[in-house]
Design a protein around this ligand. Structure first.
Ligand code: HOZ
Length: 427
């Protein structure tokens, strides 16, 4: 029995499903999850000491590659001064200032410990600031696991074919309107009917939790104009896309200014952190200035903040995002060319350091198209690539991530492996 299998057996005795986050269990692709022993740059090593080129990157944070020496040093230096104080620090001001400098829509920021906390609190803030109850979300978008957002959600819920969680009383989601992503007419109709009751629209401005799905032309613009016209707040959930698709997230790529933005993943450089921020007049509703409550013992944790500051500094290197986007594009173009050369219906897309691969002729424009792709073939591809030492996300509904350490040799090795796999799949 492999050490991965032994660990999985043991994990299943003490942890539900053997994992602390469902997609990691490999249930939708089958087989044994790889237990990670260590990671460096673009590589992971499992418990059997097999090396993999990693395209999960901790689901986004590892944009500089694993264990970047300067980020590790920042963490070590912070840790010797204490791991948590539950009192304010100068580092928190520094990272807030860095986020505000970088994202033009941010006037004030509050730090929390995860993306889920960021989105959950942003929704509460939007309701508190507007005095309204209804929220709009889109099918296939995942905004963490707060009750009111677990309706027709993406990511692990889609992976397991049950996009609405058990344990959420219908009353808790009675105020959540779920619309189709990229359906501008649907948004206009919802505002025509409920406009005066809608507190906010929350959206992944490039979706990454139903695989990668880009917004259709005019969709985000329509969200902005409908929110403005009806006095609702527009929340960009940039937990995944923030500092990942470009230096200013999707708001920088599109020029659309949300009222609130949620962040996590990259801004912690691999440590647990989240943040929400936006218009000062809205942020002033948060306690202790206002009546909307949010708190956390580990909010603004000094070690996580140190990792985040160093990561954001390193991301400011000239040309960083151009290089990252070019490497990612090399991967997706190479995969698509290779699959097609073997006659396999396949497409791929990317933005910055984030990508999607689909066993479908066309890049999907929404959840229905992702679900209609050949998911059975994805599973075979996933395992064959794993055997080749390449670790893609274990679900056809997750996006992939490239780091600045995925150089030409790493991408080249991936494409060579993929070519062998596509050649077998074609037979
Ligand atoms: N479904 C999560 C990413 N979109 C997985 C997170 C994790 O397992 O760490």
């Amino acid at each position: 029995m492999s050490r991965n299998a032994e660990l999985f057996d043991r994990a299943c005795r003490s942890i539900p499903g053997g994992v602390n986050s469902p997609v990691r269990a490999f249930r939708s692709v089958g087989g044994t999850p790889r237990f990670v022993a260590r990671a460096q740059g673009p590589y992971l090593w499992d418990a059997d000491d097999k090396r993999y080129i990693d395209y999960v990157g901790s689901w986004g944070p590892a944009i500089l590659g694993h264990a970047h020496p300067e980020v590790v040093k920042a963490v070590q230096e912070a840790a010797v001064h204490g791991l948590s104080y539950g009192a304010p620090t100068e580092g928190e001001i520094r990272i807030a200032e860095m986020l505000i400098e970088r994202l033009p829509s941010l006037e004030m920021v509050r730090l929390v410990s995860s993306g889920t906390e960021a989105t959950m609190t942003a929704i509460r803030l939007a309701r508190g600031a507007t005095g309204r109850n209804k929220i709009v979300k889109f099918e296939g978008c995942y905004h963490g696991h707060a009750d009111s957002l677990l309706v027709k959600a993406g990511s692990g819920l889609l992976t397991f074919g049950n996009p609405t969680s058990a344990g959420v009383p219908p009353e808790f989601v009675a105020h959540t309107l779920v619309l189709d992503y990229n359906d501008t007419a649907g948004v206009q109709a919802a505002f025509a009917e409920h406009g005066k009751d809608i507190a906010c629209v929350i959206v992944e401005p490039i979706a990454g939790n139903m695989n990668l799905v880009k917004p259709a032309p005019g969709f985000l613009e329509a969200l902005r104009s409908e929110c403005t016209a009806h006095g609702a707040l527009l929340i960009f959930d940039e937990v995944m896309t923030g500092f990942r698709v470009g230096p200013q997230g999707v708001q920088g790529l599109t020029g659309i200014k949300p009222d609130l933005t949620t962040l996590a993943k990259v801004i912690g450089g691999g440590m647990p952190i989240g943040a929400f921020g936006g218009r000062a007049d809205v942020m002033k509703h948060i306690a202790p200035l206002g009546a909307v409550y949010q708190a956390g013992t580990l909010s603004g944790n000094p070690v996580a903040v140190a990792a985040g500051i160093k990561t954001l500094e390193l991301l400011s290197a000239p040309g960083f995002y151009d290089k990252l986007a070019a490497q990612t594009r090399k991967l997706t173009d190479g995969l698509a060319a290779s699959a097609r050369a073997h006659g396999i219906p396949f497409s791929a897309d990317s933005v910055g350091g984030m990508f999607g691969i689909y066993f479908a002729d066309q890049v999907p424009g929404g959840l229905a198209a992702v679900s209609a792709s050949d998911i059975e073939r994805f599973k075979v591809f996933f395992h064959a690539m794993l055997d080749e030492g390449v670790y893609f996300a274990p679900s056809a509904y997750e996006a992939g991530f490239v780091s600045s350490t995925h150089d030409d040799a790493v991408i080249g090795a991936t494409l060579a492996a993929a070519d062998r796999v596509f050649s077998k799949l074609a037979k």
